[in-house]
Design a protein around this ligand. Structure first.
Ligand SMILES: [Zn+2]
Length: 334
């Protein structure tokens, strides 16, 4: 059953503003300025909410817990797309069907903004086992790396400010608050990862979502099991992976909640390593309203999980508390 669409309503806060000055930026502007924003995957929706706060209405199109790589928007999404001022997508060819539908339906002046494509030059794209160069689609998972997520936030700040200059100081204040938390998260990640010997920082995952993170934080991606067509590998390939896991002496291999895989369980069992099947790349943990039900909570959960599975000390990461940082986004997504 598909999850309900996450819509953040500014109405409650608009009402509160009259009573109490909901939002603490003191930046002026109107709470019901009414910019309407659509996004695709939940991490991007969450980042946009942390910058847009209570001054924009944000709707995520890709339901959490679905395969975003093969997602096709519903015909009814055309109506939503015809009403928004901007659609934020990851880009790097993750959401082509949604982009196509948007191109046919966006109103005059509305635009598609590709956050990932604007964050990294094509010369730095990663192609690999699951996203081979021959397929023409680079690995799109930039947002699992906090430094790229911060770039997404910066692009959103600048874009919202351009479309809604009256609230630009508010968006800037939200960005600064978000950046302070991301910087602290980045430090906690580095401190925890340093407790794992460099030679043991090797990732074999089912879903190939950590390639950019690995490059920037000193983890070797020794493989991904999921094929470019999102099917399981052949028995021959599975046998090769079992040999590789034995040879690399990794303590654990990782599956993903969105892609349960008996094949990965089999590889773990036959190679004699722990199989940890709870990583996520776009399904936010917890319940709406939880601080962890956010991009930051998602990545925090993954990096604590990886550190502990590798035998590292996650104290620094656990001392860091993920949060939604914009005023009145504590309950986002709803
Ligand atoms: Zn993915």
């Amino acid at each position: 059953m598909p999850a309900p669409r996450r819509t953040f309503s500014a109405l409650l806060c608009a009402a509160l503003v009259l009573l109490s000055g909901c939002g603490d930026s003191g930046a002026g502007g109107s709470a019901d300025a009414g910019l309407s924003v659509a996004t695709t995957v939940a991490p991007i929706t969450s980042i946009a909410a942390n910058i847009g706060g209570d001054r924009v209405k944000i709707t995520g199109i890709v339901p959490e817990g679905t395969n975003s790589h093969t997602f096709e928007p519903k015909p009814s999404d055309a109506e939503l797309l015809s009403q928004v001022d901007v659609l934020y997508v990851n880009g790097l060819q993750l959401e082509e069907p949604t982009k196509d539908l948007a191109a046919q339906n966006l109103k005059d002046g509305a635009q598609i903004v590709e956050l990932g494509t604007r964050s990294i030059p094509a010369s730095e794209y990663i192609y690999d086992f699951s996203f081979p160069k021959s397929g023409g689609r680079p690995n799109p998972h930039l947002w699992t790396d906090p430094r790229y997520a911060l770039k997404y936030a910066q692009i959103i700040r600048d874009d919202l400010s351009e479309r809604d200059p009256a609230n630009s100081a508010y968006y800037a204040a939200n960005f600064n608050r978000f950046k302070a938390r991301v910087d602290a998260f980045d430090e906690a990640m580095q401190a925890s990862f340093e407790t794992i010997p460099r030679a043991r920082r090797k990732l074999l995952t089912y879903h190939d979502a950590y390639a950019y993170f690995g490059r920037n934080y000193g983890w070797d991606i020794i493989g991904a099991i999921q094929l470019s067509d999102f099917e399981d590998p052949t028995p021959k390939e599975v046998a090769r992976l079992i040999d590789q896991v034995r040879a690399e002496k990794v303590p654990a291999i990782f599956g993903s909640e969105v892609f349960p895989s008996p094949v990965l369980a089999q590889i773990g069992k036959e190679a004699g390593v722990k199989y940890v099947d709870i990583l996520r790349d776009d399904d936010l943990p917890g319940e709406p309203g939880d601080a962890g039900h956010s991009w930051m909570g998602l990545m925090h959960f993954d990096y604590v999980t990886m550190t502990e599975a590798m035998g590292g000390d996650a104290t620094a990461l656990k001392a860091f508390k993920p949060a939604n940082t914009a005023p009145d986004t504590a309950s986002y997504p709803q």
